[in-house]
Design a protein around this ligand. Structure first.
Ligand code: EPZ
Length: 422
């Protein structure tokens, strides 16, 4: 295991390249199961979550080559239809092999993902959608067994849940529907850019999909799909994380490159409300720390609302922003592990009923803290940038799951971070 030691107080400046999106890469890699032909996927981030997905695909018989961000994959001979517990428990997103395996083999056996620190992670909406296409679902011994003896048939499905749309649920059903007989309409679909990127990948393979990016997606099933080359969209959450780093510690500003500013408009809007200056072009964004920072009230919502994956990072900013800020997470109300760790650093945060009330303090002070989930861990790294002293963050494997070399990128901007054996 490794830890970070973050020496607070450095100002950030310069440029940083944003990597390809982890959350777009994972379903797109799963979608390669839908064709026997070779696919080339560019800008797949070198993070442990994409490594886990490639392990699952390799276990299923896929031929996988990886070279500097490009993945060359061919699912010509797929043996079995199983995503085993020892891999699914490490990465919940493995559930998105269900749809493609059903479409390819009319069968799928996937371990039920456990919960995680951000809260309960059910897949009832995934299963309801796949049943709607004709799959028979049984749950036994912690595994989900899906079978479509007579193949999949398109239908009109309502995929919305009590907390709004499901991103991976929409992905799973879309990947099953592209090879189903007839037409499928997904109502209550997720509108995230990562869903649109998957739809574009499937369309390039020969799928007939319209409405991706809106709550209503229509899919006309086809008989087969072909291999394609595709470049994954930039990671909007990594970009948002660096925008917050700039908001906290870049008086002269930092520039993010290879980013899509349109995917971050809800984050940009809040940071500008807080007094930051942001300039943007087609593929870059420059942010300058506010001269007179003010707090804000945020409520997370499905895209294009404020993303839940950015709420921990905003808590780090608000912890030392004068005045009162309120952060409400409607998607994962329990997603506040970072708050208790920041309180160890002197933050004034009270959490109840999925809402954090934050009174900014002058400066946090270094303390040994523990990473827990991916975004909470990134938030602790941000908090350490401006804290007094050297903050030790243990269990950095949580950060390495979804951020490509985040320490090297921050060091490149002037931060002082050491990666040491724990
Ligand atoms: C995706 O997870 C992302 N992961 C998450 O990012 C992100 O936080 C989440 O979407 C919300 O935007 C990937 O794309 C790999 P959901 P997903 O299904 O699809 C409830 C990160 O940090 N729900 O959209 O698993 C669920 O409990 C990760 O990169 C059901 O009730 O999330 C939640 O309240 C963390 N039943 C809400 O819907 C279901 O069957 C949204 O979850 C499915 C979900």
């Amino acid at each position: 295991m490794e830890k970070f030691v973050v020496h607070g107080g450095s100002s950030l400046s310069g440029n940083v390249n944003i990597s390809g999106s982890k959350n777009a890469s994972l379903p797109i890699l799963a979608a390669t199961l839908l064709t026997r032909e070779q696919c080339v996927i560019r800008r797949v981030p070198d993070v442990s979550d994409t490594n886990y997905m490639l392990q699952i695909l390799h276990n299923l018989g896929a031929e996988v080559e990886r070279a500097s961000g490009n993945v060359i994959i061919k699912c010509e001979r797929i043996r079995g239809h199983e995503a085993p517990y020892d891999l699914v428990r490490k990465m919940r997103a493995s559930v998105c092999v269900m749809g493609p395996l059903l479409a390819r083999h009319n069968r799928a056996d996937v371990s039920l993902p456990g919960g995680c620190v951000i809260g309960d992670r059910p897949i009832d909406l995934h299963l309801r959608g796949l049943e709607g296409l004709g799959a028979e679902v049984t749950v036994e011994g912690g595994n989900v067994h899906l079978e479509a003896r007579y193949g999949l048939n398109g239908d009109t499905l309502d995929m919305a849940g009590k907390n709004g749309a499901t991103v991976l649920g929409t992905d799973n059903v879309m990947m099953a529907a592209v090879l189903a007989k007839g037409t499928t309409v997904i109502n209550g679909a997720a509108c995230e850019p990562e869903v649109v990127d998957l739809a574009n990948f499937l369309i390039a393979m020969g799928a007939k999909i319209s409405g991706a990016g809106t709550p209503r997606i229509e899919i006309e099933g086809v008989s087969e799909l072909g291999g394609v080359e595709h470049t994954v969209i930039p990671d909007r959450i990594e970009a948002g994380t660096f925008l917050v780093a700039g908001a906290m510690a870049a008086p002269e500003g930092i520039t993010l490159r290879r980013v899509n500013p349109e995917h971050l408009s809800s984050v940009t809007e809040v940071l500008e409300q807080c007094g930051c200056e942001i300039q943007q072009s087609e593929k870059s964004m420059t942010i300058q720390q506010a001269k007179n920072p003010v707090g804000a009230n945020i409520t997370t919502e499905p895209y294009p609302g404020f993303p839940t994956d950015m709420q921990a990072q905003m808590c780090a900013l608000f912890a030392t922003t004068p005045g009162l800020s309120v952060v409400k997470d409607t998607i994962f109300p329990q997603r506040f592990m970072h708050a208790s760790e920041m309180k160890r650093m002197g933050a004034n945060i009270e959490v109840s009923d999925g809402t954090a009330v934050i009174n900014g303090v002058e400066q946090l002070s270094a303390a040994p803290v523990m990473a827990s989930d991916l975004r909470a861990s990134a938030a602790l790294l941000l908090a350490g940038l401006t804290a007094k002293g050297a903050t030790e963050i243990s269990r950095v494997y949580h950060i390495d799951r979804g951020y490509e070399h985040i320490d090297d990128k921050l060091i490149g901007l002037g931060a002082e971070i050491e990666r040491l054996p724990a």
